[in-house]
Design a protein around this ligand. Structure first.
Ligand code: SAM
Ligand code: SF4
Length: 503
Protein backbone atom coordinates (compact mmCIF):
# COMPACT_ATOMS: atom_id res chain seq x y z
CA UNK A 1 0.00 0.00 0.00
CA UNK A 2 1.30 3.46 -0.84
CA UNK A 3 1.89 5.72 2.13
CA UNK A 4 1.99 9.38 1.26
CA UNK A 5 2.46 11.82 4.12
CA UNK A 6 1.64 15.52 4.35
CA UNK A 7 2.62 17.43 7.51
CA UNK A 8 1.42 20.95 8.25
CA UNK A 9 3.32 22.67 11.06
CA UNK A 10 2.48 25.80 13.01
CA UNK A 11 4.14 27.34 16.04
CA UNK A 12 7.60 27.62 17.47
CA UNK A 13 10.95 26.07 16.60
CA UNK A 14 10.17 23.15 18.94
CA UNK A 15 7.29 22.25 16.65
CA UNK A 16 9.38 22.64 13.51
CA UNK A 17 11.90 20.25 15.06
CA UNK A 18 9.18 17.79 16.16
CA UNK A 19 7.78 17.74 12.61
CA UNK A 20 11.23 17.13 11.18
CA UNK A 21 11.70 14.18 13.56
CA UNK A 22 8.23 12.77 12.86
CA UNK A 23 8.80 13.05 9.09
CA UNK A 24 12.22 11.41 9.36
CA UNK A 25 10.82 8.50 11.35
CA UNK A 26 7.89 7.97 9.00
CA UNK A 27 10.06 8.22 5.88
CA UNK A 28 12.24 5.53 7.48
CA UNK A 29 9.06 3.47 7.90
CA UNK A 30 8.30 3.73 4.16
CA UNK A 31 6.25 6.94 3.84
CA UNK A 32 6.82 9.35 0.98
CA UNK A 33 6.50 13.07 1.76
CA UNK A 34 4.11 15.07 -0.44
CA UNK A 35 3.51 18.81 -0.52
CA UNK A 36 -0.29 19.04 -0.62
CA UNK A 37 -2.96 17.36 1.51
CA UNK A 38 -4.79 16.35 -1.70
CA UNK A 39 -1.94 14.00 -2.67
CA UNK A 40 -1.60 12.45 0.78
CA UNK A 41 -3.21 9.43 2.42
CA UNK A 42 -1.91 10.49 5.85
CA UNK A 43 -2.37 14.13 6.84
CA UNK A 44 -0.84 15.35 10.10
CA UNK A 45 -1.19 18.75 11.75
CA UNK A 46 1.51 19.64 14.25
CA UNK A 47 -0.23 22.28 16.32
CA UNK A 48 0.37 25.23 18.65
CA UNK A 49 -1.73 26.42 21.60
CA UNK A 50 0.17 29.54 22.61
CA UNK A 51 -2.43 31.87 21.09
CA UNK A 52 -6.07 31.33 20.12
CA UNK A 53 -5.37 32.39 16.54
CA UNK A 54 -3.02 29.41 15.96
CA UNK A 55 -5.73 27.02 17.15
CA UNK A 56 -8.45 28.66 15.04
CA UNK A 57 -6.33 28.20 11.93
CA UNK A 58 -5.95 24.47 12.61
CA UNK A 59 -9.67 23.95 13.25
CA UNK A 60 -10.42 25.75 9.96
CA UNK A 61 -7.89 23.58 8.12
CA UNK A 62 -9.44 20.47 9.68
CA UNK A 63 -12.89 21.70 8.61
CA UNK A 64 -11.68 21.99 5.02
CA UNK A 65 -10.70 18.30 5.04
CA UNK A 66 -14.16 17.05 5.98
CA UNK A 67 -15.20 16.51 2.36
CA UNK A 68 -11.91 14.85 1.47
CA UNK A 69 -12.49 12.38 4.30
CA UNK A 70 -16.03 11.73 3.04
CA UNK A 71 -14.96 10.73 -0.44
CA UNK A 72 -11.66 9.14 0.65
CA UNK A 73 -12.47 7.65 4.07
CA UNK A 74 -9.24 5.65 4.16
CA UNK A 75 -7.26 8.94 4.52
CA UNK A 76 -5.83 9.18 8.04
CA UNK A 77 -6.05 12.61 9.66
CA UNK A 78 -4.00 13.23 12.79
CA UNK A 79 -3.57 16.16 15.18
CA UNK A 80 -0.22 16.28 16.97
CA UNK A 81 1.48 18.60 19.43
CA UNK A 82 0.36 21.22 21.92
CA UNK A 83 -3.29 21.55 20.84
CA UNK A 84 -3.59 17.76 20.95
CA UNK A 85 -2.39 17.79 24.55
CA UNK A 86 -4.56 20.75 25.52
CA UNK A 87 -7.86 19.91 23.82
CA UNK A 88 -7.49 16.13 23.87
CA UNK A 89 -10.83 14.40 23.23
CA UNK A 90 -12.55 17.72 22.50
CA UNK A 91 -10.84 17.64 19.09
CA UNK A 92 -12.95 14.61 18.10
CA UNK A 93 -16.07 16.55 19.07
CA UNK A 94 -15.15 19.58 16.97
CA UNK A 95 -13.78 17.55 14.05
CA UNK A 96 -15.29 14.07 14.07
CA UNK A 97 -13.31 13.06 10.97
CA UNK A 98 -10.00 13.18 12.90
CA UNK A 99 -8.54 9.69 13.46
CA UNK A 100 -5.69 10.40 15.79
CA UNK A 101 -4.79 12.90 18.52
CA UNK A 102 -1.23 12.61 19.84
CA UNK A 103 0.38 14.91 22.43
CA UNK A 104 4.00 16.13 22.20
CA UNK A 105 5.03 13.62 24.88
CA UNK A 106 3.77 10.64 22.87
CA UNK A 107 5.28 11.27 19.44
CA UNK A 108 7.47 8.16 19.66
CA UNK A 109 4.25 6.09 19.53
CA UNK A 110 3.12 7.70 16.27
CA UNK A 111 4.37 5.11 13.73
CA UNK A 112 2.69 2.27 15.67
CA UNK A 113 -0.53 4.27 16.11
CA UNK A 114 -0.71 5.05 12.40
CA UNK A 115 -0.27 1.34 11.67
CA UNK A 116 -3.06 0.49 14.10
CA UNK A 117 -5.46 3.02 12.60
CA UNK A 118 -4.58 1.98 9.04
CA UNK A 119 -5.09 -1.69 9.79
CA UNK A 120 -8.72 -1.11 10.76
CA UNK A 121 -11.30 -0.99 7.99
CA UNK A 122 -12.19 2.62 7.27
CA UNK A 123 -15.82 2.06 8.28
CA UNK A 124 -14.83 0.60 11.65
CA UNK A 125 -12.03 2.95 12.47
CA UNK A 126 -11.69 3.77 16.15
CA UNK A 127 -10.12 7.17 16.71
CA UNK A 128 -7.08 7.13 19.01
CA UNK A 129 -6.04 9.64 21.65
CA UNK A 130 -2.54 9.57 23.13
CA UNK A 131 -1.67 12.29 25.61
CA UNK A 132 0.37 12.80 28.77
CA UNK A 133 -1.17 13.04 32.16
CA UNK A 134 1.81 13.31 34.48
CA UNK A 135 2.46 16.72 35.94
CA UNK A 136 -0.73 18.26 34.60
CA UNK A 137 -2.17 20.69 37.08
CA UNK A 138 -5.92 20.81 37.47
CA UNK A 139 -7.77 24.02 36.85
CA UNK A 140 -9.83 25.52 39.67
CA UNK A 141 -12.94 24.22 37.93
CA UNK A 142 -11.49 20.70 37.76
CA UNK A 143 -10.37 20.82 41.39
CA UNK A 144 -13.87 21.90 42.46
CA UNK A 145 -15.36 19.09 40.36
CA UNK A 146 -13.12 16.62 42.25
CA UNK A 147 -11.19 15.56 39.16
CA UNK A 148 -8.24 13.54 40.49
CA UNK A 149 -4.65 14.43 39.65
CA UNK A 150 -3.68 11.24 37.89
CA UNK A 151 -0.02 10.44 37.61
CA UNK A 152 0.14 6.91 36.36
CA UNK A 153 -0.16 5.36 32.97
CA UNK A 154 -3.70 4.39 32.16
CA UNK A 155 -5.51 2.95 29.17
CA UNK A 156 -9.15 3.91 28.73
CA UNK A 157 -11.49 2.59 26.14
CA UNK A 158 -14.86 4.01 25.21
CA UNK A 159 -15.56 6.03 28.35
CA UNK A 160 -15.73 9.76 28.78
CA UNK A 161 -12.35 11.41 29.18
CA UNK A 162 -11.88 12.15 32.88
CA UNK A 163 -10.52 15.64 32.89
CA UNK A 164 -12.19 17.15 29.87
CA UNK A 165 -15.23 18.59 31.63
CA UNK A 166 -16.81 19.68 28.34
CA UNK A 167 -16.51 16.13 27.08
CA UNK A 168 -17.72 14.43 30.19
CA UNK A 169 -21.16 15.79 29.36
CA UNK A 170 -20.98 14.14 25.96
CA UNK A 171 -22.37 10.64 25.42
CA UNK A 172 -20.01 7.71 25.91
CA UNK A 173 -17.62 7.98 23.06
CA UNK A 174 -16.35 5.39 20.66
CA UNK A 175 -12.69 6.33 20.79
CA UNK A 176 -9.90 4.79 22.78
CA UNK A 177 -7.06 6.55 24.45
CA UNK A 178 -3.92 6.10 26.36
CA UNK A 179 -2.38 8.48 28.81
CA UNK A 180 1.34 8.06 29.24
CA UNK A 181 3.28 8.45 32.49
CA UNK A 182 4.86 11.62 31.32
CA UNK A 183 6.37 13.58 28.50
CA UNK A 184 8.75 11.05 27.02
CA UNK A 185 11.91 12.22 25.31
CA UNK A 186 11.58 11.94 21.55
CA UNK A 187 14.94 11.42 19.89
CA UNK A 188 14.68 9.39 16.69
CA UNK A 189 17.75 9.34 14.42
CA UNK A 190 18.23 12.57 12.47
CA UNK A 191 17.68 12.77 8.73
CA UNK A 192 17.62 15.86 6.57
CA UNK A 193 13.96 15.29 5.60
CA UNK A 194 11.89 18.44 6.11
CA UNK A 195 14.83 20.40 7.51
CA UNK A 196 14.11 23.96 6.36
CA UNK A 197 17.76 24.70 5.59
CA UNK A 198 20.42 22.14 4.57
CA UNK A 199 23.24 23.72 6.59
CA UNK A 200 21.38 24.38 9.83
CA UNK A 201 19.72 22.08 12.32
CA UNK A 202 17.96 22.41 15.63
CA UNK A 203 18.79 20.15 18.53
CA UNK A 204 16.71 19.81 21.64
CA UNK A 205 18.65 20.59 24.80
CA UNK A 206 15.60 20.58 27.07
CA UNK A 207 12.00 19.47 27.10
CA UNK A 208 9.17 21.23 28.94
CA UNK A 209 9.13 24.27 31.20
CA UNK A 210 8.82 24.90 34.97
CA UNK A 211 8.58 28.68 34.83
CA UNK A 212 4.84 28.92 35.21
CA UNK A 213 4.30 32.35 33.62
CA UNK A 214 0.60 32.90 34.28
CA UNK A 215 -0.38 33.58 30.65
CA UNK A 216 1.40 30.60 29.16
CA UNK A 217 0.04 27.20 28.18
CA UNK A 218 3.46 25.66 27.49
CA UNK A 219 4.11 24.11 30.94
CA UNK A 220 0.69 22.50 30.78
CA UNK A 221 1.09 20.99 27.31
CA UNK A 222 4.82 20.24 27.25
CA UNK A 223 5.26 19.10 30.84
CA UNK A 224 8.03 19.73 33.34
CA UNK A 225 11.60 20.72 32.49
CA UNK A 226 13.94 17.89 31.56
CA UNK A 227 17.52 18.41 30.35
CA UNK A 228 18.93 15.94 27.85
CA UNK A 229 22.28 14.41 28.82
CA UNK A 230 25.18 16.41 27.35
CA UNK A 231 26.75 13.24 25.90
CA UNK A 232 23.54 12.50 23.98
CA UNK A 233 23.39 16.06 22.63
CA UNK A 234 27.07 15.94 21.61
CA UNK A 235 26.52 12.65 19.75
CA UNK A 236 23.56 14.15 17.91
CA UNK A 237 25.51 17.29 16.97
CA UNK A 238 28.41 15.15 15.66
CA UNK A 239 25.94 13.17 13.54
CA UNK A 240 24.41 16.36 12.15
CA UNK A 241 27.82 17.79 11.26
CA UNK A 242 28.59 14.50 9.45
CA UNK A 243 25.40 15.14 7.44
CA UNK A 244 26.73 18.54 6.39
CA UNK A 245 25.27 20.84 9.04
CA UNK A 246 27.42 23.85 9.82
CA UNK A 247 25.12 25.47 12.36
CA UNK A 248 23.31 23.97 15.33
CA UNK A 249 20.69 25.75 17.43
CA UNK A 250 20.07 24.29 20.87
CA UNK A 251 16.41 24.53 21.86
CA UNK A 252 14.71 24.86 25.22
CA UNK A 253 11.80 26.95 26.52
CA UNK A 254 14.24 28.43 29.03
CA UNK A 255 17.40 26.91 27.58
CA UNK A 256 19.67 28.83 29.94
CA UNK A 257 18.23 26.72 32.78
CA UNK A 258 19.95 23.68 31.22
CA UNK A 259 20.98 21.43 34.11
CA UNK A 260 22.30 17.96 33.29
CA UNK A 261 23.36 15.80 36.24
CA UNK A 262 23.85 12.54 34.31
CA UNK A 263 27.65 12.66 34.70
CA UNK A 264 27.76 13.01 38.48
CA UNK A 265 28.17 16.82 38.39
CA UNK A 266 26.01 19.71 37.25
CA UNK A 267 26.51 20.71 33.65
CA UNK A 268 24.99 24.08 32.83
CA UNK A 269 24.47 25.68 29.42
CA UNK A 270 27.97 27.23 29.47
CA UNK A 271 29.44 23.74 30.07
CA UNK A 272 27.36 22.30 27.24
CA UNK A 273 28.59 25.00 24.85
CA UNK A 274 32.17 24.24 25.87
CA UNK A 275 31.55 20.53 25.28
CA UNK A 276 30.13 21.10 21.78
CA UNK A 277 32.50 23.84 20.65
CA UNK A 278 35.46 21.60 19.65
CA UNK A 279 33.35 19.44 17.30
CA UNK A 280 35.21 19.46 13.98
CA UNK A 281 33.22 20.88 11.10
CA UNK A 282 30.75 22.73 13.33
CA UNK A 283 30.92 26.43 12.45
CA UNK A 284 28.12 28.02 14.49
CA UNK A 285 26.43 27.23 17.78
CA UNK A 286 23.31 29.07 18.90
CA UNK A 287 20.75 28.63 21.66
CA UNK A 288 17.17 29.83 22.25
CA UNK A 289 15.16 30.89 24.31
CA UNK A 290 16.70 32.52 27.37
CA UNK A 291 14.89 33.48 30.54
CA UNK A 292 16.17 36.86 31.84
CA UNK A 293 16.54 35.54 35.40
CA UNK A 294 19.01 32.89 34.33
CA UNK A 295 21.38 34.87 32.10
CA UNK A 296 24.60 34.37 34.10
CA UNK A 297 28.07 35.91 33.76
CA UNK A 298 29.43 32.37 33.10
CA UNK A 299 27.05 31.97 30.14
CA UNK A 300 27.97 35.39 28.72
CA UNK A 301 31.68 34.66 29.16
CA UNK A 302 31.19 31.41 27.21
CA UNK A 303 29.48 33.38 24.42
CA UNK A 304 32.40 35.85 24.45
CA UNK A 305 35.19 33.27 24.62
CA UNK A 306 33.95 30.52 22.31
CA UNK A 307 34.26 31.85 18.74
CA UNK A 308 31.73 29.42 17.26
CA UNK A 309 29.00 30.56 19.68
CA UNK A 310 26.86 33.20 17.97
CA UNK A 311 26.68 36.56 19.77
CA UNK A 312 22.92 36.40 19.64
CA UNK A 313 20.59 36.26 22.64
CA UNK A 314 16.83 35.99 22.54
CA UNK A 315 15.73 37.09 26.03
CA UNK A 316 12.00 37.88 26.23
CA UNK A 317 11.09 40.69 28.63
CA UNK A 318 7.28 40.44 28.07
CA UNK A 319 6.56 43.80 29.75
CA UNK A 320 8.29 46.89 31.11
CA UNK A 321 5.86 47.33 34.01
CA UNK A 322 6.64 45.70 37.35
CA UNK A 323 2.95 45.49 38.19
CA UNK A 324 2.29 43.51 35.00
CA UNK A 325 5.45 41.41 35.37
CA UNK A 326 4.24 40.44 38.87
CA UNK A 327 0.84 39.46 37.45
CA UNK A 328 2.62 37.47 34.78
CA UNK A 329 4.74 35.77 37.50
CA UNK A 330 7.84 36.33 35.45
CA UNK A 331 10.11 36.39 38.48
CA UNK A 332 11.95 39.55 37.41
CA UNK A 333 11.39 43.29 37.51
CA UNK A 334 11.97 45.77 34.68
CA UNK A 335 15.06 47.02 36.54
CA UNK A 336 16.44 43.47 36.84
CA UNK A 337 15.91 43.07 33.08
CA UNK A 338 17.80 46.31 32.43
CA UNK A 339 20.67 45.17 34.65
CA UNK A 340 20.78 41.84 32.79
CA UNK A 341 20.97 43.71 29.49
CA UNK A 342 23.74 45.98 30.80
CA UNK A 343 25.73 42.91 31.77
CA UNK A 344 25.22 41.45 28.27
CA UNK A 345 26.49 44.68 26.69
CA UNK A 346 29.45 44.80 29.07
CA UNK A 347 30.60 41.21 28.52
CA UNK A 348 29.56 40.70 24.86
CA UNK A 349 29.35 44.23 23.41
CA UNK A 350 28.65 42.97 19.87
CA UNK A 351 25.72 40.77 20.92
CA UNK A 352 22.41 41.19 19.14
CA UNK A 353 19.59 40.94 21.68
CA UNK A 354 15.98 40.21 20.76
CA UNK A 355 12.87 40.11 22.92
CA UNK A 356 9.19 39.15 23.09
CA UNK A 357 6.48 41.43 24.48
CA UNK A 358 2.84 40.78 25.30
CA UNK A 359 0.58 43.84 25.09
CA UNK A 360 -2.87 44.11 26.63
CA UNK A 361 -2.27 41.61 29.42
CA UNK A 362 -4.97 41.60 32.10
CA UNK A 363 -5.13 44.96 33.89
CA UNK A 364 -2.52 46.66 31.66
CA UNK A 365 -3.11 50.43 31.87
CA UNK A 366 -1.82 53.07 29.50
CA UNK A 367 0.86 53.88 32.12
CA UNK A 368 1.95 50.21 32.22
CA UNK A 369 2.12 50.17 28.43
CA UNK A 370 4.25 53.34 28.44
CA UNK A 371 6.72 51.56 30.73
CA UNK A 372 6.96 48.82 28.09
CA UNK A 373 7.54 51.48 25.42
CA UNK A 374 10.33 52.93 27.61
CA UNK A 375 11.98 49.52 27.91
CA UNK A 376 11.82 48.95 24.14
CA UNK A 377 13.36 52.39 23.51
CA UNK A 378 16.04 51.83 26.12
CA UNK A 379 16.78 48.21 25.15
CA UNK A 380 17.45 48.88 21.45
CA UNK A 381 16.65 45.29 20.57
CA UNK A 382 17.64 43.94 17.17
CA UNK A 383 13.98 43.01 16.87
CA UNK A 384 11.07 42.10 19.10
CA UNK A 385 8.15 39.77 18.63
CA UNK A 386 5.05 41.55 19.85
CA UNK A 387 1.87 39.67 20.72
CA UNK A 388 -1.60 40.71 21.81
CA UNK A 389 -2.51 38.85 24.99
CA UNK A 390 -4.62 35.83 24.15
CA UNK A 391 -6.29 34.22 27.18
CA UNK A 392 -5.54 30.50 27.25
CA UNK A 393 -7.87 28.11 29.02
CA UNK A 394 -6.14 26.09 31.76
CA UNK A 395 -3.53 28.81 32.45
CA UNK A 396 -3.39 30.57 35.86
CA UNK A 397 -4.11 33.99 34.29
CA UNK A 398 -7.61 33.03 33.16
CA UNK A 399 -8.49 32.01 36.70
CA UNK A 400 -6.80 34.96 38.41
CA UNK A 401 -7.61 37.95 36.23
CA UNK A 402 -10.17 39.35 33.83
CA UNK A 403 -9.11 39.79 30.21
CA UNK A 404 -10.14 43.44 30.51
CA UNK A 405 -8.14 45.27 27.85
CA UNK A 406 -10.43 45.79 24.85
CA UNK A 407 -9.33 44.16 21.59
CA UNK A 408 -9.07 47.56 19.85
CA UNK A 409 -6.69 48.81 22.58
CA UNK A 410 -4.60 45.64 22.32
CA UNK A 411 -4.38 46.13 18.55
CA UNK A 412 -3.42 49.80 18.90
CA UNK A 413 -0.71 49.03 21.49
CA UNK A 414 0.58 46.21 19.30
CA UNK A 415 0.84 48.52 16.28
CA UNK A 416 2.41 51.34 18.30
CA UNK A 417 5.05 49.12 19.89
CA UNK A 418 5.80 47.46 16.56
CA UNK A 419 6.30 50.86 14.90
CA UNK A 420 8.73 51.93 17.66
CA UNK A 421 10.63 48.63 17.47
CA UNK A 422 10.77 48.72 13.67
CA UNK A 423 12.26 52.24 13.69
CA UNK A 424 14.93 51.00 16.12
CA UNK A 425 15.59 47.86 14.01
CA UNK A 426 16.09 50.07 10.94
CA UNK A 427 18.54 52.31 12.82
CA UNK A 428 20.40 49.31 14.23
CA UNK A 429 20.85 47.94 10.69
CA UNK A 430 22.44 51.15 9.32
CA UNK A 431 26.00 50.55 10.64
CA UNK A 432 26.08 47.38 8.54
CA UNK A 433 25.83 49.26 5.24
CA UNK A 434 28.99 48.74 3.18
CA UNK A 435 30.24 46.03 5.53
CA UNK A 436 31.07 42.45 4.61
CA UNK A 437 29.18 39.86 6.66
CA UNK A 438 29.45 36.09 6.71
CA UNK A 439 26.12 34.38 6.23
CA UNK A 440 24.93 30.80 6.22
CA UNK A 441 22.74 30.48 3.13
CA UNK A 442 19.39 28.88 3.87
CA UNK A 443 18.03 28.70 0.30
CA UNK A 444 15.83 30.75 -2.03
CA UNK A 445 14.26 33.75 -0.31
CA UNK A 446 10.50 33.76 0.31
CA UNK A 447 10.04 36.04 -2.71
CA UNK A 448 12.08 33.70 -4.95
CA UNK A 449 10.11 30.67 -3.74
CA UNK A 450 6.93 32.48 -4.68
CA UNK A 451 8.30 33.15 -8.16
CA UNK A 452 9.30 29.48 -8.48
CA UNK A 453 12.51 30.46 -10.23
CA UNK A 454 14.36 28.17 -12.61
CA UNK A 455 16.66 26.23 -10.26
CA UNK A 456 19.70 26.52 -12.59
CA UNK A 457 19.66 30.32 -12.74
CA UNK A 458 20.67 32.82 -10.10
CA UNK A 459 17.83 33.44 -7.69
CA UNK A 460 17.36 35.62 -4.68
CA UNK A 461 18.90 33.64 -1.80
CA UNK A 462 18.40 34.25 1.90
CA UNK A 463 20.69 33.50 4.79
CA UNK A 464 21.53 34.67 8.30
CA UNK A 465 24.49 36.28 9.98
CA UNK A 466 25.79 34.89 13.27
CA UNK A 467 23.72 37.66 14.92
CA UNK A 468 20.57 36.28 13.29
CA UNK A 469 20.20 39.11 10.76
CA UNK A 470 18.43 38.06 7.56
CA UNK A 471 20.44 38.82 4.42
CA UNK A 472 19.25 38.41 0.83
CA UNK A 473 21.42 38.45 -2.30
CA UNK A 474 21.39 36.98 -5.81
CA UNK A 475 23.26 33.75 -6.30
CA UNK A 476 23.01 30.22 -7.66
CA UNK A 477 20.77 27.83 -5.66
CA UNK A 478 23.68 25.42 -5.02
CA UNK A 479 24.97 27.88 -2.39
CA UNK A 480 22.20 26.71 -0.03
CA UNK A 481 23.83 25.26 3.08
CA UNK A 482 27.15 27.06 2.53
CA UNK A 483 28.86 29.99 4.25
CA UNK A 484 29.18 33.00 1.96
CA UNK A 485 30.51 36.55 2.39
CA UNK A 486 28.06 39.25 1.35
CA UNK A 487 28.62 43.01 1.14
CA UNK A 488 25.59 44.89 2.48
CA UNK A 489 24.21 47.56 0.14
CA UNK A 490 20.76 48.33 1.54
CA UNK A 491 18.76 47.72 4.69
CA UNK A 492 15.20 47.88 5.85
CA UNK A 493 13.98 47.09 9.36
CA UNK A 494 13.82 43.34 8.78
CA UNK A 495 16.27 42.51 6.01
CA UNK A 496 19.74 43.39 4.76
CA UNK A 497 20.24 43.35 0.98
CA UNK A 498 23.67 42.77 -0.54
CA UNK A 499 25.87 41.19 -3.17
CA UNK A 500 28.10 38.18 -2.88
CA UNK A 501 31.66 39.27 -2.16
CA UNK A 502 33.76 37.67 -4.89
CA UNK A 503 37.05 38.98 -3.46
N1 SAM B 1 9.80 29.83 26.32
C1 SAM B 1 9.87 30.94 25.52
C2 SAM B 1 9.91 32.17 26.38
O1 SAM B 1 9.81 32.10 27.58
O2 SAM B 1 10.08 33.22 25.84
C3 SAM B 1 8.82 30.98 24.46
C4 SAM B 1 7.45 30.73 24.90
S1 SAM B 1 6.14 31.11 23.84
C5 SAM B 1 6.07 29.79 22.78
C6 SAM B 1 6.70 32.43 22.83
C7 SAM B 1 6.11 33.75 23.20
O3 SAM B 1 4.72 33.71 23.04
C8 SAM B 1 6.33 34.18 24.63
O4 SAM B 1 7.59 34.72 24.85
C9 SAM B 1 5.23 35.20 24.82
O5 SAM B 1 5.66 36.49 24.45
C10 SAM B 1 4.16 34.74 23.83
N2 SAM B 1 2.98 34.20 24.53
C11 SAM B 1 2.93 33.14 25.36
N3 SAM B 1 1.67 33.00 25.83
C12 SAM B 1 0.92 33.98 25.28
C13 SAM B 1 -0.44 34.37 25.39
N4 SAM B 1 -1.29 33.72 26.18
N5 SAM B 1 -0.85 35.44 24.67
C14 SAM B 1 -0.01 36.13 23.87
N6 SAM B 1 1.29 35.81 23.74
C15 SAM B 1 1.76 34.75 24.44
FE1 SF4 C 1 5.88 29.91 28.80
FE2 SF4 C 1 7.22 31.36 30.61
FE3 SF4 C 1 7.92 28.78 30.15
FE4 SF4 C 1 8.39 30.65 28.28
S1 SF4 C 1 9.31 30.57 30.35
S2 SF4 C 1 7.48 28.63 27.97
S3 SF4 C 1 6.66 32.03 28.51
S4 SF4 C 1 5.99 29.51 31.04
Amino acid sequence: MSKRLYIHTVGCQMNVLDSELVAAELVEAGYELVDTPGRADTILFNTCSVRQHAEDKIYSALGRLKHLKEYRPETIIGVLGCMAQKDQAAIFRRAAHVDLVVGPGQLSRLPALLEEVASQRASLRQPRLEVSLYGIARSQEERKAGVPLLGTSSVFRGAAFPHDTACSRAPRAAWSWHMGDGFAAYDPPRRAVLRPSPGAAMVRAMFGCNQGCTYCIVPRVRGPEQSRPAAQIAAEVRGLVDQGCLEVTLLGQAVNRYDDRSEGRRLRLADLLERLHPIDGLRRLRFVTNHPRHVTAELLQAVRDLPKVSPYLHVPAQSGSDRILRRMRRGHTAQAYREMLQQVRQIVPAAAVTSDFIVGFCGETEADFQETVDLVRWGRFKNSFIFKYSPRPLTPAVELYADDVPEAVKRQRNNDLLAIQNAISLEENQPLLGRRVEILVEGPSKAARRRQADRRQAVQLAGRTACDRIVVFDGPPHLAGKMVDVVIERADAFTLFGRKDEG
